[in-house]
Write a protein that binds this ligand. Sequence first.
Ligand SMILES: [Zn+2]
Length: 396
Amino acid sequence: MKKKCILLLGLISLLLFSCKKRDVYQVDPTLDPYLQLFLQEAKQRGFNFNVEEDGLILKFADLESPTIGLCTYSNPLLVQIDRTYWKKVTEYNNCEDLRQNVVFHELGHGLLNRSHDNHTMSNTEWKSIMCGGDIVRDRSWQVNFSGMRKKYYLDELFNTRTPEPDFFKYGDTFSGDKGTLVESYDFSENKHFTDADGNVYDISNNAYSITTNNEYNNIVYFHMRKNFTGDFYYEVKVKTKLAGNGDCVGVIASYPTSDTTGVGNYFYISKNNNYNELRAYAGHMQCMQPLAEVILQKDVCQLGNQTETKLAIERSNNELYFYVNDQLIYRNDYMADQKYVSFGLVTPSKNTVTVTSSMCYSKSNGSLRASTENSLSTVFANRGGAIPFNIPISIK
Ligand SMILES: [Zn+2]
């Protein structure tokens, strides 16, 4: 009898114990691969979670915009991902990066007990994918969770003391190795015309002024080449006075996606009036928003009607380097291994940019053939706003 009683008690306590231990585990099948990827990255770094035992609810929800993910420290842990955002990102090339970013951020709260970390790297990019909360300096919480940065951000997620890699460095100067000059845009012959949209083009005094009439920013290609498949250096000198928030000027290198369409990697400078500072944005036309935002130091450039600013984009070893007045502002490997054929400017809306030089160089000794087109470079259709003006603010 005594034995039976102990056994019974034992059974009861086991039941109680397992009730307490075994919590609800409910993971949406669509989100499960992202959870598994997180657990795998965790395991590689010495973290072993037993989410099935500990309990977890990971599911889609209709979160109030602009919230795209939400972590609630309930029992069990509840992680909700916004259904609309999940669908919206399918339109973009970096869809998987964006999805991983939001799930990993929330699991960073939930499983790693991390709170928001809004420290920045030496180039002002966010230190961690755990950045978030109240808006800081009008900045988006977008993190360049792609390519070579992804490994760093994953390391940092699991170890906040991960040192800053080289590619976050800012202000290195251009090596000066431009390669061979392939084409220099000719501004010697005076030309003037207005297109159907009211954009005005004027070449005079060895300079090319473009006054745009569009509500959106524009792309103007100056060089369109064939068989230009190697590394390159493209440099343009501009004078422009950016009016205000969203106004931007920059460079673009593009490649064809069909006989009539193309996309490219861009790099532009925009002015933030609230903080009276210039910020640089790097991205790819097929991404939802710029991949990165970098706040320029005051001495890098003074965009103005009278001051010439040199903007350049270099491709070397499948990486793109962006320079302003020969200072390295950003390097990025997102979709940087393409066969670039077109080089030009990103121009602001309803504003004037004066180009005093536009030069294209080849850094490899591959076969090159100069394009024969000698017509005026005009505003390329960017009606859909192919280049996002600025990073929309999102909270997570
Ligand atoms: Zn958060």
